[in-house]
Design a protein around this ligand. Structure first.
Ligand SMILES: Nc1ncnc2c1ncn2[C@@H]1O[C@H](COP(=O)(O)OP(=O)(O)OP(=O)(O)O)[C@@H](O)[C@H]1O
Length: 244
């Protein structure tokens, strides 16, 4: 752990009408860590990501990346500040090819470059996520899993320091899951700090240095994966809501 966390979330709040979706969340993410964000459906996990990335406006609180405040910035500025994400329900550009989708990240993220250079550079990312053979295929023709790979490559193309994954491993078969786990580990080893929302506990145990649990908009537990996943209160919120 470094003295200053790379990402420091304090008192983050968001209500939708009368529903308090996020009620005062504090979270430190150390540089180089993989942090797991778990909890039952509707507990507020994706809303935290939406607040961090500027996709929706917070009611209160602070999100600092290396000391720089993100709250109040539009989403594209958060991205250029080096926070990137994938979406729970994939959002690729279906009329563009795989390569063009990833180029969008390179052209509009941090340190944007020319289209010609972006075209050359994204080749390595397509290779990294296993999409080199489908570089020129239309996004609309890709399988769901390949669309998830496109989203990951596009996020990486923006050159993030912090990568937020929203159930990126969901829906993978057992061998794809092992490949996905190895890929996330490799990204961390290459210097990307990762926060991952995930229901696949095998992946949480395999990857995370630290796990935090949300229930009804609040953090109810945090710590090392084995300790958190054996916490009776954590089991209760999952099993009680039939949601593990
Ligand atoms: N834009 C919105 N407008 C109204 N309510 C919302 C909005 N976004 C989220 N919510 C509500 O806020 C609560 C938290 O939702 P959120 O998607 O953050 O949960 P989650 O923990 O990510 O769940 P899941 O695991 O199902 O993705 C839910 O009750 C949800 O219906």
């Amino acid at each position: 752990m470094t003295a200053e966390p790379l990402l420091a979330i304090r008192g983050l709040r968001k209500s939708f009408g009368g529903l308090q979706a996020v009620r005062g969340v504090d979270l430190d993410v150390a540089d180089g860590a993989i942090v797991g964000l778990i909890g039952p459906n509707g507990s507020g996990k994706t809303t935290v990501l939406n607040l961090v990335t500027g996709e929706i406006a917070a009611d209160g609180g602070s999100v600092r990346l290396a000391g720089q405040e993100m709250i109040g910035l539009p989403a594209f500025r958060v991205c250029r500040s080096r926070i990137a994400r994938t979406f729970q329900l994939v959002r690729i550009l279906p009329g563009m090819t795989t390569r063009e989708n990833v180029m969008v990240g390179r052209l509009f993220g941090a340190e944007p470059t020319t289209p010609a250079r972006a075209r050359d550079e994204v080749g390595a990312l397509l290779e990294c996520v296993g999409l080199a053979a489908r570089a020129d295929q239309a996004g609309s023709q890709l399988t769901y899993i390949d669309q998830k790979r496109v989203e990951l490559a596009r996020a990486l193309a923006t050159r993030p320091r912090v990568l937020l994954l929203d159930e990126w491993l969901a829906g993978l078969n057992p061998s794809e899951l092992q490949i996905g786990i190895a890929l996330i580990r490799r990204l961390r080893d290459e210097g990307v700090t990762i926060v991952m929302i995930e229901h696949v506990m095998e992946a949480i145990r395999a990857l995370c240095d630290h796990v935090v649990v949300m229930s009804a908009g609040a953090l109810i537990a945090s710590g090392a994966p084995d300790a958190v996943l054996s916490d009776p209160e954590v089991a209760r919120v999952y099993l009680g809501e039939d949601d593990a």
